[in-house]
Design a protein around this ligand. Structure first.
Ligand SMILES: Nc1nc2c(ncn2[C@@H]2O[C@H](COP(=O)(O)OP(=O)(O)OP(=O)(O)O)[C@@H](O)[C@H]2O)c(=O)[nH]1
Length: 361
């Protein structure tokens, strides 16, 4: 877990970004629904608390705010598409609510005592926004926007209210609520990151699992240009059952981890590597033609063959080999068809006696 993951979403994987945005979209929709009901429903309280002349004005302000918030409900379905839509929706919501805060406080400019619900509104808003799993940078932006808008509103309506200790008091409260909001937001982001990793990583090798790999494959396929093919390598350990039977499952696990490390060493961060099944690994090489992918698979095969794995119980070493099937994909290749072809190429490699690479155009 790195600190920069909490500071900004720039270092999150594109798949996690989409997962988080989908999560934010759902919470955002609930937030808007509650705000519409709450802001409009508060009319009943105002009818009870305010004098009739004031009530005549304030119920209209509340109703207009409710109506202005309504388009954010359909917008929340767009906001799950990408982060730009997400932030546009969030700032629209903030804009409407801060204007509501300004106009409703302005309606008390004649000196009528302001009910506590109106004074507390910006703090309530910060508390509500803590339900969104935002990184610190986004939380800070929201907090600064709310703080500046509240101080500007106060200054505009009554510059004396910010004299002496009043300004410090306001800033202190806003700071306390902002920090709490950011703290809760980051806590949720951390929980989401943990759950995401648990559901997309293989616990033994820490490589991505099949579910995430297929999503990544679809993403690469979608973004690849017609003249820039990508290559898929499906590899399987040879006679792995025998390793388990002869040396025990602990040794089998050690071999899987060792091969996973070798794959990462050979392909580096350019490739998308997954543990595809029990003793199967998959490598996706974006922007790589078949011949190049075949050469890299051969390099890997030789590397695995030349590195015997030491038994963790200190009972000697085990020789390991792999077989691999290599296929090339284009933007119009169907995901399932591509995976089936890779499986057929691997089957061909096994049929040829194992410890070999078979490429199929
Ligand atoms: N230790 C260990 N074994 C596993 C794991 N996942 C699957 N296996 C074992 O992998 C073995 C796969 O055996 P088979 O499918 O028969 O294939 P194989 O023995 O490798 O033979 P070929 O693929 O035909 O070369 C099974 O015995 C599984 O129990 C794991 O996480 N750890």
């Amino acid at each position: 877990m790195e600190l920069k993951e909490y500071w900004s979403d720039r270092c999150h994987s594109s798949d996690f970004k989409l997962t988080r945005i989908g999560f934010v979209a759902i919470r955002f929709r609930w937030l808007v629904t509650l705000l519409i009901i709450g802001i409009a429903g508060w009319i009943a309280v105002d009818w009870w608390v305010l004098d009739p002349a004031h009530f005549k004005l304030i119920w209209k302000i509340r109703l207009i705010t409710g109506v202005m918030l309504t388009p954010l409900l359909p917008l929340s379905y767009l906001c799950k598409l990408n982060r730009r839509w997400m932030f546009a929706s969030l700032y629209c919501l903030l804009g409407i609510l801060l204007v509501f805060n300004l106009v409703s406080l302005w309606s008390f400019r004649d000196g009528t005592p302001i009910p506590v619900g109106y004074i507390a509104f910006p703090y309530f808003l910060l508390a509500l926004l803590s339900v969104l799993p935002l990184p610190v940078k986004s939380g800070l932006r929201v907090a600064i926007l709310v703080t500046l808008s509240v101080l500007a509103t106060d200054y505009w309506l009554d510059s004396r209210s910010l004299d002496n200790g009043a300004l410090l008091d306001r800033i202190w409260l806003l700071l306390a609520f902002s920090l709490t909001m950011i703290w809760v937001q980051v806590g949720q982001l951390r929980m989401l990151l943990d759950l995401y990793r648990e559901s997309t990583r293989d616990p033994l090798t820490r490589l991505m699992n099949r579910r995430l790999f297929v999503r990544q494959l679809e993403d690469v396929r979608y973004h690849s240009a017609p003249d820039r093919p990508y290559t898929l390598i499906l590899m399987d350990m040879d006679r792995f059952k025998r390793i388990n039977d002869d040396h025990g499952h602990l040794m089998g696990d050690e071999v899987l981890v060792s091969v996973a490390n070798t794959i990462m060493d050979i392909f580096g961060s350019e490739a998308i590597v997954a543990r595809y099944g029990g003793e199967e690994f998959m490598v996706l090489l974006p922007d790589t033609p078949l011949e190049q992918g075949q050469r890299q698979a051969e390099t890997l095969r030789l590397a695995v063959e030349s590195q015997p794995v030491e038994n963790p119980l200190g009972e000697g070493e085990v020789m390991v080999t792999i077989s691999a099937g290599v296929v090339e994909g284009r933007p119009d290749s169907e995901t399932q068809g591509l995976l089936r072809r890779a499986d057929e190429a691997l089957y061909a490699a096994k049929s040829r006696g194992r410890n070999c690479v078979v490429a199929q155009a």
